[in-house]
Design a protein around this ligand. Sequence first.
Ligand SMILES: NC(=O)c1ccc[n+]([C@@H]2O[C@H](COP(=O)([O-])OP(=O)(O)OC[C@H]3O[C@@H](n4cnc5c(N)ncnc54)[C@H](OP(=O)(O)O)[C@@H]3O)[C@@H](O)[C@H]2O)c1
Length: 344
Amino acid sequence: MPQNTSVNRRIVLSARPRAAPTAEDFRLEKDSVPKPGAGQVLLRTLYLSLDPYMRGRMSDGPSYAPPVAIGDVMVGGTVSRVEASRNVDFKDGELVLAYSGWQDYAVSDGTGLTTLYPEDPHPSRALGVLGMPGFTAYMGLLDIGRPVTGETVVVAAASGAVGSVVGQIAKIKGCTVVGIAGGQAKCRYVIDELGFDFCIDHHADNLTGRLAAACPKGIDVYFESVGGAVFDAVLPLLNTKARVPVCGLIAAYNTTELPPGPDRLGLLVGTLLRKRIRMQGFIIFDDYGPRWSEFAGAMVGWVQEDKVKVREDIVFGLENAPEAFIGLLQGKNFGKLVIQLAHE
Ligand SMILES: NC(=O)c1ccc[n+]([C@@H]2O[C@H](COP(=O)([O-])OP(=O)(O)OC[C@H]3O[C@@H](n4cnc5c(N)ncnc54)[C@H](OP(=O)(O)O)[C@@H]3O)[C@@H](O)[C@H]2O)c1
């Protein structure tokens, strides 16, 4: 792992992908390390979070957030160390949650930085279970999904950063929890380690039939992160008054056209109407920002008590971020995907 402290390596967007991103859509550049001005801090990135939303930032289509400009550093949440502080609110050596993007160093005036507990033995978790993905799982499930003890909750992308937490919270709430994940290893982990009741491999045949068998009482809450064939299997199983938090649609992030086949909009809307289903999208910080402390209080306790278990997929080296991100969109990650750039 490079430890050169005089060069700032950064990965910029070199081209907008038309479908799935490729290595050519990214470019590694080198520059001198920036110097903090009065009131600023110099941050060294230790951990960089890779998240599916970054695919949206690579495109310039309609979105809830502006795209990354061609030639700009890819955006991303980071755990960073204050290397040099000229801001009275931050001390040299402190770890902060920042938004430095895909680069070794960044300068900040302190806006949006959150100091992490110095004694935290796992600072990278501030990018996962104790950060944006955990917050997304908590609010999406509890505020929109509203699970009730004894109900059946189905969770897409169940071994991932958000889904793994959704299912574990649903277990804490006394629900029967069925995960959907890609491959036997992920499914075994979801049941054996995370404590879900069932997990269905969406790569295997007859997804619809196997999901129906795992949900004999139908589905009361479906936490949607995927769309596509997974949602097709879920839709007929939704119960009257089911709730569907729409968190993401990762199966469609690399597509350029609507899928072929008959128009299924009537089926969807008709099902929502007949069964009085509530299906609601949300963007975590836009919709729930002020409720962060409620989430943090609950989640820190659950993690400390081992009621919510954590799996990180840590890849070493900034230069490996593009390949790891491309893999995230293909299900190659196993747990919360984090790039480690430097030692703590
Ligand atoms: N609304 C919000 O504010 C918000 C915030 C955070 C995240 N999200 C969304 O939440 C979802 C999960 O994010 P995450 O960070 O937890 O990622 P993640 O689950 O750690 O990683 C993505 C996973 O998606 C699955 N996947 C990828 N392509 C797929 C496909 N074509 N069909 C089915 N599954 C596919 C893969 O798991 P398998 O191998 O198991 O298929 C992959 O590992 C994403 O849709 C993301 O955009 C939304």
